[in-house]
Design a protein around this ligand. Structure first.
Ligand code: NDP
Ligand code: 2IT
Length: 452
């Protein structure tokens, strides 16, 4: 490994112990940008790698709230404002019991490079809480969100930091958060994205991440003269990203075979069609039930509970395309070996860092088209950026216009990533291309703005 990268990684890992996901994300990015560092030695003088891995600001706050049995609960709230070199901090909020500072630092770090790729002027951030919305009533979720925003509101704003959704934060939570933000600031502004269309949101924002991932997969397949049509697809997750990945796959004539949640996965060899997807949307977004119910409703499907073996049997099902769209590190080396063994054509990351480092290595060396999350799932934050544009000009665009812009940005990201990989001697390496292209724009802005 070239000198500066190795030295910087050592320092960063020493400074950030007990944060394995953050270390993983930084290592993956930095080891793939070496060719730029060789070309631009002044980055080392400016200690760009160290600065990029140090959040500009971290906010940690108490989130007290009262549950339905009148008991007081205490959670921890966070916002990691990672980098504002190219625009205001921007990134989602995650409510999940696994949330801790290191997890949000990994997500904020990824967000900086991802947002840089979108062509829009957005810095990177991530926030959230260890609150577990599962099994909580609407009133409990509302009280939690209001308390969370009471801690956060003074640190965000339309020109400062614009949160959005992520795991555990969907349209219901965004509504509660936005309502409380408005009440505290006495201002109706676009300080949060993912809002409902009736109150300042953008059409296609709910669909954007999933649609964008499929558009990115289409672009990758085109380089091999392949199309999505009739391809058998493995999708993990059954939340926002997975739902609209499946919808777009159906639109384009592909055959989605699987969906999952943290309890297990369903495999439907007949394919998930529109009616079955509508069942999943109702199950997950309204009734908030478990994916196992799909296999009770549709006899063509089988259900496999999670955690019986050390690899995930979802990835062992023969298919042409894979869309990991649930969570980080859900696809490891063994899973990748199953995919390769079954002749998978492309893996497109809908989630953030769903593939482990050895998984990525195996897929890449086997020549599988591999679309890393920071490029492939950038559609969500892209339409968040378009929501900010609409909020600023106080107009709302048509579904067709937003979808067209989303499609164009995903094609632009794909061609930029591909051309960058080629230019730096890594043809076809979307990981290197995405990291280098995302990094250069931010690093150069940091240099222009002096030592901040
Ligand atoms: P949702 O909360 O809507 O859905 C998450 C899905 O993943 C659920 O099916 C959930 O199952 C499953 N899941 C969550 N945690 C785990 C876990 N530890 N193990 C197994 N399954 C798990 O979130 P999103 O769909 O919004 O997010 C999914 C991924 O996509 C995340 O990595 C997120 O960071 C990323 N992403 C999201 C964007 C967005 O716009 N929403 C944009 C770009 C990336 P269960 O219900 O059982 O918890
Ligand atoms: O990981 C992500 O890109 C998101 N969760 C979306 C962030 C956003 O600001 O829309």
């Amino acid at each position: 490994m070239a000198g500066y990268v190795a030295r910087a990684l050592e320092r960063i890992e020493e400074r950030n112990p007990h944060e394995p996901e953050f270390q993983q994300a930084v290592r993956e990015a930095y080891t793939s940008i070496e060719p730029v560092l060789d070309e631009r030695p002044h980055y080392e003088e400016a200690r760009i790698l160290e600065r990029l891995a140090e959040p500009e600001r971290v906010i940690v706050f108490r989130v007290p709230w009262v549950d339905d049995s009148a008991a007081v609960q205490v959670n921890r709230g966070y916002r990691v404002q990672m980098n504002s070199a190219i625009g205001p901090y921007k990134g989602g909020l995650r409510f999940h019991p696994s949330v801790y500072l290191g997890l949000l630092k990994f997500l904020a770090f990824e967000q900086v490079l991802k947002n840089s790729l979108t062509t829009l002027p957005m810095g990177g951030a991530k926030g959230g809480s260890d609150f577990d919305p599962k099994g909580r009533s609407n009133s409990e979720v509302r009280r939690f969100c209001q308390s969370f925003m009471t801690g956060l509101w003074r640190h965000i704003g339309q020109f400062t930091d614009i949160p959005a959704g992520d795991i555990g934060v969907g349209s219901r939570e965004i509504g509660y958060l936005f309502g409380q933000y408005k009440r505290l600031t006495n201002e109706f502004s676009g300080a949060i994205t993912g809002k409902g269309f009736g109150w300042g949101g953008s059409l296609v924002r709910p669909e954007a991440t999933g649609y964008g991932a499929v558009y990115f997969a289409e672009e990758m397949l085109r380089t091999r003269s392949e199309s999505i049509e009739k391809k058998r697809c493995l999708v993990s997750g059954s939340g926002n990203v997975a739902q609209y990945t499946v919808e777009k796959l159906i639109d384009l004539g592909a055959v989605p075979l699987t969906m999952s949640d943290s309890s297990g996965f369903v495999h439907d060899p007949d394919g998930i069609d529109r009616e079955k997807l509508a069942f999943v949307l109702d199950l997950k977004n309204r009734r908030r039930g478990r994916i196992a119910e799909y296999a009770e409703r549709y006899r063509s499907a089988t259900y496999t509970p999670a955690g019986r073996t050390d690899s995930n049997p979802l990835w062992a099902i023969p298919a042409d395309l894979a869309f990991p769209s649930a969570t980080q590190n859900e696809l490891d080396g063994k899973d990748a070996a199953h995919l390769v063994g079954n002749g998978i054509l492309a893996v497109t990351e809908g989630a953030n860092m769903p593939t482990t480092a050895d998984g990525v290595h195996l897929l890449r060396t086997a020549g599988v088209l591999f679309g890393p999350g920071k490029a492939a799932n950038a559609g969500g934050v892209t339409v968040s950026g378009l929501e900010m544009v609409q909020d600023s000009v106080r107009r709302q665009w048509s579904r067709e216009r937003v979808d067209e812009e989303l499609r164009a940005v995903m094609a632009e990201i794909h061609s930029n990533v591909r051309a960058t990989a080629e230019r730096y001697g890594r043809p076809g390496d979307y990981v290197a291309g995405a990291n280098i292209a995302g990094f250069k724009k931010v690093a150069d802005a940091m240099l222009d703005e002096a030592v901040l």
